[in-house]
Design a protein around this ligand. Structure first.
Ligand code: AMP
Length: 423
């Protein structure tokens, strides 16, 4: 027997059964994002590797450990599969001079991201994100930070999730961030030998990352740190207060987590992460924040920006089972012999033309076996066309949930449509 080829580790086939859930999430997202004034943008799945190195930070885990580079293209300067969306969108914003077109570009994306991580539950090598980026001179207002955070919570609620927590913090300006690093180095220095090897390395290169370390000893040390807000300038403190006031006015519940820093270099001021208690160790549903220096760092104008990304696979993991079961056929048609099939086939096509989702059994098996097939499709109704029906010139509709049956004249597809569109 030839050896089977399997799906690459850390990736998944999304089978037809699961597609309705994905479509549900995508449709809901598009509707809400449009309500908030966001427009869709689609960028390539791969970019020059240097884009990610320059934006996410040379020392970030995503760049040092997880970037999936395209080996065969190395001689062209190197390409890598996108590990997240922000860098590509900022690249596109600059390249297409979007700042000349509008003072605030509100962009969203839905799509696959790639990271060479060690796979586990909720951690894949190919996963999907729904993300937004609000970029432009018109973005530097605390109300926008609050609106973006409220949007992420609105999306999660619209998908059917509620047990989530919004964690909020501020890193301040880039010079506040430098103060934050100094403060951490001062507090961690006496403990340096007790940190894991990775964190000893991070201590000099990027001390903020130590706060994200999952190692048990490092976590225990981090838990004891007293951060306070002394590293922040008065302006940054005021900005953060205004963000919080705006969040309260939008009724978004949050907790301030002074040790939340996020793993990527580009964040300044507001950062947030949303966790869900039902997810286990990979409990982040999404995260985001403000990145006021990234556009200029990548060669664009000095404009501010704020965004987030939610992970679709994690949302699906956190959703209760009953919220996932939708998007089945409206109707399954059962007919018992070839002559009846011809009539049934015609009705099928008339109903499809009227926007009803329906299917039929092509095999003329017994009534029992076709009804079993109808059950499997989870169609809301089954239409039966047997000898009795033919004699009376009708078809029978069976509501598969209640078992209730109704007969409708064979040619009255309008009445059939009315019944099938009723929820
Ligand atoms: P990040 O850019 O790492 O903050 O990711 C934003 C969100 O994307 C996370 O909160 C997760 O929901 C999701 N995510 C990130 N990495 C992965 C992964 N490897 N597998 C599945 N989902 C992920």
């Amino acid at each position: 027997m030839p050896e089977k080829i399997l799906v690459p580790r850390g990736t998944k086939d999304i089978l037809p059964d699961e597609i309705p859930r994905w479509l549900g999430i995508e449709t809901t997202s598009r509707k809400i994002l449009k309500n908030f004034g966001y427009k869709e943008i689609r960028t390539p799945f791969f970019e020059e590797t240097s884009l990610f190195k320059r934006s996410l930070g040379q020392t970030s885990d995503v760049v040092t450990k997880q970037l999936l580079e395209l080996v065969s293209q190395k001689e062209d300067g190197g390409f890598a599969l996108r590990p997240e969306g922000t860098a590509s969108i900022v690249r596109s914003y600059i390249e297409n001079s979007l700042d000349k077109k509008e003072s605030l570009s509100k962009l969203f994306y839905l799509g696959a991201m790639f990271r060479g991580e060690r796979p586990q539950k909720g951690r894949l090598r190919q996963f999907h994100q729904i993300g937004v980026e609000a970029i432009g001179p018109g973005s530097s207002f605390p109300y926008l930070d609050a609106e973006v955070i409220a949007l992420s919570a609105n999306l999660l609620r619209a998908f059917g999730l509620d047990n989530f927590t919004v964690h909020l913090n501020t890193l301040g300006t880039s010079s506040d961030k430098a103060n934050f690093s100094k403060l951490l180095q001062k507090q961690l220095k006496p403990q340096l030998r007790n940190l894991c090897e990775n964190c000893q390395d991070r201590f000099e290169r990027n001390v903020l990352r130590i706060l994200d370390c999952k190692n048990r000893e490092c976590k225990a040390i981090v838990d004891k740190l007293e951060i306070g807000d002394a590293y922040l300038s008065e302006e940054s403190k005021t900005y953060f207060e205004k963000v919080q006031e705006a969040l309260k006015s939008l009724n978004v519940a949050y907790v301030v987590s002074s040790k939340l820093v996020r793993g990527l270099d580009y964040y300044t001021h507001t950062v947030f992460e949303i966790t869900h208690s039902g997810l286990g160790s990979q409990d982040a549903l999404g995260a985001g924040g403000r990145y006021n220096d990234l556009v200029s760092q990548l060669g664009g104008p000095q404009v501010d920006a704020m965004g987030f990304a939610l992970g679709v696979e994690r949302i699906l993991l956190a959703l209760p089972e009953e919220a996932k079961d939708e998007g089945c056929l409206d109707l399954f048609i059962v007919s018992l012999d070839e002559a009846l099939f011809q009539k049934a086939f015609q009705i099928l096509n008339d109903l499809r033309a009227k926007g009803i989702s329906c299917d039929i059994s092509f095999r003329m098996s017994s009534m029992k076996s076709q009804m079993r097939q109808a059950d499997k499709t989870k169609a809301r109704y089954t239409m039966i066309l047997g000898e009795d029906e033919l004699k009376k010139g009708v078809v029978t509709f069976k509501n598969m949930k209640t078992g209730e049956q109704t007969q409708i004249k064979m040619d009255d597809t309008t009445k059939m449509t009315t019944l099938l569109l009723k929820q």
